[in-house]
Design a protein around this ligand. Structure first.
Ligand SMILES: Nc1nc2c(c(=O)[nH]1)N[C@H]1C(S)=C(S)[C@@H](COP(=O)(O)OP(=O)(O)OC[C@H]3O[C@@H](n4cnc5c(=O)[nH]c(N)nc54)[C@H](O)[C@@H]3O)O[C@H]1N2
Ligand SMILES: Nc1nc2c(c(=O)[nH]1)N[C@H]1C(S)=C(S)[C@@H](COP(=O)(O)OP(=O)(O)OC[C@H]3O[C@@H](n4cnc5c(=O)[nH]c(N)nc54)[C@H](O)[C@@H]3O)O[C@H]1N2
Ligand code: SF4
Ligand SMILES: [Mo]
Length: 791
């Protein structure tokens, strides 16, 4: 075999075929790129790879801007240190890798010996390469099991994966877009879905969790029709046959009404249900009175839209569903997710061509990172802040509970934390953290904070004592597995195209620091050796072969439940207590949750807190994704900042007129938790009672030093998000369903605040009856539901 087949010469340039992941940030979609370099190894241009079987040459603006990322003057290119007393000051000193590793090793060993490994927390971000290695970094390098994301209620992906696990006993279910087959939609095994229900997901912008979002457009061209459940009139919603434009946070009510029609009108697949579904009779009873007319005043969706969508979806086989982040970001999301899976199941769309593909148990890479738990001393594991007391359903796996960790850092009970390691996360810039000021003050208490990142960020400038430079996907070797190894349709090679200088990949840093702190767990001498070993656990070929091939599509079979492929005992059925899809969840019941789905008002809403609604008369949803950014990233990339120069709040023209706001005006958004400023985008995309605010904004051009930290407190929508309002199972917080008021201001400064003056609200404990009106109403709701009096 010729060496390095992924590198070819073209018109005097070197062309490297590779798959993207991170940095810069993206989920593991693994899009195909051709990166061209000149004779000196300098970046010349990037193109989509037309031979990539999934993406077929298509790329987002973020990958097209990779050249601007690579050569950006603000990139972190060397390890840097700063004295603890200089946190918040721009007083960084470039140091060698050796010195950086010495510092990290000394600090960690000191903490191990003085306080115990459990007092180190690894704060991971979303789905970048680092996230994949985060459990290993925590467990096999720092020997702690207190790894978490600073995301209240673990409100991303986690809720959906546990709901799937509890109900289906399978990994994350996904739309079937023929991704497993080399000739894709033409494969004779495949069928085009008649309807695709897009539930709280906006995949064209987000390509979330490894899904190639543009496949929806492919399928629309092949005839798929859309049902979109979204408070915004997105591009896809504007082309949908049914747009269920719901009040944010009322998804569980929409789901009950959809089920009411499908079951009540007898539109479901009896044969499939008789064989494979548990609890349908009880579900039928639960939804019997939850008619579309019942849902209309709650959800603000006309009853006939819900009824029409339910009929279309159930009577057109095969159809499919995509569920998105909105399901995770509400306290009632475990129920909305349960309803969504129940709809897919009773219609008979599970694991059939053109339906919803089911995942096999986790892949080898996931298994390796999970298995690094054995590097942690059992006494340290026992001290993990897992939140089990308050949230028995919280499937810790390799993580700790974010809200509980924050409370422990603050109260130092049962112990104090001493070190935080930021692993591809920028929690205080308006991102992960609800109540970001609390997180900032909590991290300030640490003896030592370190990060590995590609750019200076508000988190690093404000809090860190050491930073390690991370290479981009164009500058290192690696492997990308879409869908985080769950429902993975291919394995892609990340092939180095550009010399990284002193920057290292997340895996290289794991290896380097691991060899210092825990060498037994890190026997590999290179990234190549590591991947060779991992791939060989499943295949008889290795990393070089993958690099040459660039994309390897995994084998796939439909109807795995008929073939004994989903259960460890090899029997047909599902890996649940009953062996069936549990639309009445026995595991929810075990956890003290209602086994059947129900609707609960968001903690803060027009009906749950009418007294607050009088003062804060708009429903606020946040964080819909934008093509030109990935959370807090890309604000310093000129072409991407040109596309989206400002944080934008979408307001209906009638509402804007009522408050004297014009397109482009600075608007203060405020609620009892905090305030911030964004610029008005006046359009009919939202309905008059709802506004949508973007997240992830800071201003790299602003003063870096504290307290401003690149203006991170000015346009920080997360200051309006209450922490500790997680759902009953330990998942879900109200990132996308709050109340607020708006008014016109002169500029961003009106949103500014000093985080050190922030006073946490009273009674932050998740299960106590608080004096806080929001918490009180939440408890009152729960009591009503438990007494069977909800609506
Ligand atoms: N370009 C880009 N891509 C990204 C990211 C990014 O920052 N930028 N972030 C990545 C991450 S971490 C994630 S988790 C994914 C998320 O990606 P998605 O799952 O697609 O989620 P979002 O785009 O946040 O929101 C999806 C839709 O939910 C709608 N929505 C808001 N509130 C509600 C509600 O109450 N109910 C319903 N049904 N819908 C609601 C929004 O209007 C939006 O259109 O994207 C990933 N991809
Ligand atoms: N209001 C509101 N807030 C939200 C959301 C919302 O919808 N609304 N969405 C939430 C969701 S779903 C999520 S997942 C979180 C995401 O939150 P995070 O994942 O914490 O995202 P960022 O804050 O952008 O921080 C990521 C950091 O990683 C760095 N980075 C990028 N690529 C790499 C890499 O390969 N390696 C390393 N080591 N570093 C890298 C970036 O430069 C950046 O500083 O935000 C949440 N915040
Ligand atoms: S989804 Fe977009 S940003 Fe992410 S890897 Fe693919 S082209 Fe790049
Ligand atoms: Mo996320």
């Amino acid at each position: 075999m010729a060496d390095k087949q992924w590198i070819t010469e073209e018109d005097g340039l070197t062309r490297t075929r590779t798959c993207a992941w991170s940095a810069p940030g993206c989920h593991p979609v693994g899009c195909g790129l051709l990166i061209y370099t000149d004779a000196d190894g300098n970046f010349v241009k990037v193109e989509g790879d037309p031979d990539h079987p999934i993406t077929e040459g298509r790329l987002c603006p973020r990958c097209l801007a990779i050249g601007e990322f690579l050569n950006h003057p603000d990139r972190i290119r060397h390890p840097m240190k700063r004295a603890r007393e200089d946190r918040g000051k721009d007083k960084w000193e470039v140091i060698s890798w050796d010195e950086a590793l010495d510092i990290l090793e000394t600090e960690v060993r000191h903490i191990w010996d003085t306080y115990g490994a459990e007092t180190i927390t690894v704060m991971k971000g979303t789905g970048r390469e680092a996230t994949f290695y985060a459990p290993a970094m925590a467990q096999a390098v720092f020997k702690t099991s207190n790894s978490a994301q600073a995301l209240s209620g673990n409100s991303c992906y986690g809720p959906r994966t546990v709901v799937a696990d509890y109900m289906l006993g399978a990994g994350y279910p996904e739309l079937d877009y023929a991704a497993f087959f080399p000739d894709r939609y033409d494969d004779p095994r495949y069928e085009v879905p008649k309807y695709i229900m897009l539930w709280g997901k906006s995949p064209l912008q987000s390509n979330p969790d490894g899904l190639f979002g543009h496949a929806i457009v492919d399928l629309m061209k092949l005839g798929s029709k859309l049902i979109v459940i979204d408070p915004r009139l997105t591009w896809l919603a504007s082309r949908a046959e049914y747009h269920i434009q719901l009040r944010p946070g009322t998804d569980a009510a929409v789901g009950l009404a959809l089920l009411n029609v499908i079951i009540g009108e007898d539109l479901y697949d009896h044969e499939f249900c008789d064989k494979w579904v548990y609890g349908l009779d009880e579900l039928a009873e639960r939804v019997a009175d939850k008619t579309p007319e019942w849902a209309e005043p709650i959800t603000w969706v006309p009853a006939d839209v819900i009824r029409g969508a339910a009929r279309a979806f159930a009577t057109n086989a095969p159809s499919s569903i995509l569920w998105g982040l909105a399901i995770d970001q509400m306290q009632n999301g475990a129920q909305a997710g349960q309803e969504m899976l129940a709809i897919g199941a009773i219609c008979g769309y599970m694991d059939v061509p053109g339906g919803i593909t089911l995942a096999l148990p986790n892949s080898f890479m996931g298994k390796w990172s999970y298995d690094t738990l054995k590097c942690v001393d059992p006494d340290v594991v026992a001290k993990r802040i897992d939140g089990k007391e308050n949230h028995p359903a919280f499937a810790v796996g390799v993580y700790a509970h974010p809200d509980e960790i924050l409370e422990v850092i603050e109260t130092e009970q049962p112990y104090a934390f001493h070190m935080a390691y930021f692993y591809a996360s920028n929690p205080i810039a308006p991102c992960m953290g609800a109540e970001p000021e609390r997180w900032y003050n909590a991290f300030m208490k640490m003896d030592f904070n370190a990060a590995q990142d590609c750019f200076m960020t508000p988190t690093i400038m404000g809090l860190c004592d050491l930073v390690l430079p991370v290479s981009s996907f164009a500058e290192h070797d690696g492997v990308v597995m879409p869908h985080f190894g769950r429902n993975t349709h291919f394995m892609g090679a990340i092939n180095t195209a550009i010399d990284p200088g002193e920057c290292k990949s997340d895996l290289e840093i794991c290896l380097m620091v691991g060899k210092r702190l825990n060498p037994e767990a890190w026997p590999w001498n290179s990234v190549e050796e590591f991947f060779d070993d991992q791939i060989h656990t499943q295949y008889d070929w290795g990393f070089k072969e993958l690099q040459n091939q660039v994309v390897f599509q995994q084998p796939f079979e439909y109807r795995k439940y008929e073939k004994g492929m989903l259960r460890p005992d090899g029997e047909p059925g599902f890996n649940t207590p009953t062996g069936l899809i549990e639309v009445r969840s026995s595991m929810y019941e075990d956890f003290g949750e209602d086994p059947l789905p129900y609707f609960m008002e968001p903690a803060m809403s027009p009906y749950a807190t009418p007294e607050l609604y009088a003062e804060y008369p708009l429903v606020l949803t946040t964080g819909g994704r934008d093509y030109a950014s990935f959370h807090t990233e890309h604000r310093q990339i000129p072409s991407l900042r040109h596309i989206t120069p400002d944080p934008l709040v979408t307001i209906h023209p009638e509402t804007a007129a009522r408050y004297g706001i014009n397109d482009g005006d600075y608007v203060c958004i405020e609620n009892p938790y905090g305030k911030c400023v964004e610029r008005a985008r006046v359009t009919k995309e939202v309905e008059p009672r709802v506004i949508h605010a973007t997240h992830g904004w800071w201003f790299p051009e602003d003063d870096p030093e504290a307290p401003g930290l690149y203006g991170t407190w000015k346009a920080n929508i997360n200051k309006l998000l209450p922490g500790f309002k997680v759902g009953k199972l330990g998942y879900g917080a109200p990132y996308k369903n709050l109340l607020c008021k708006i008014y016109k201001v002169d500029g961003y400064d009106a949103g500014d605040s000093d985080p050190t003056q922030y006073v946490p609200r009273e009674a932050p404990s998740p299960n106590s009856l608080a004096k806080d009106p929001i918490e009180y109403s939440y408890e009152r709701q729960r009591e009503r539901i438990e007494a069977g009096r909800a609506y």
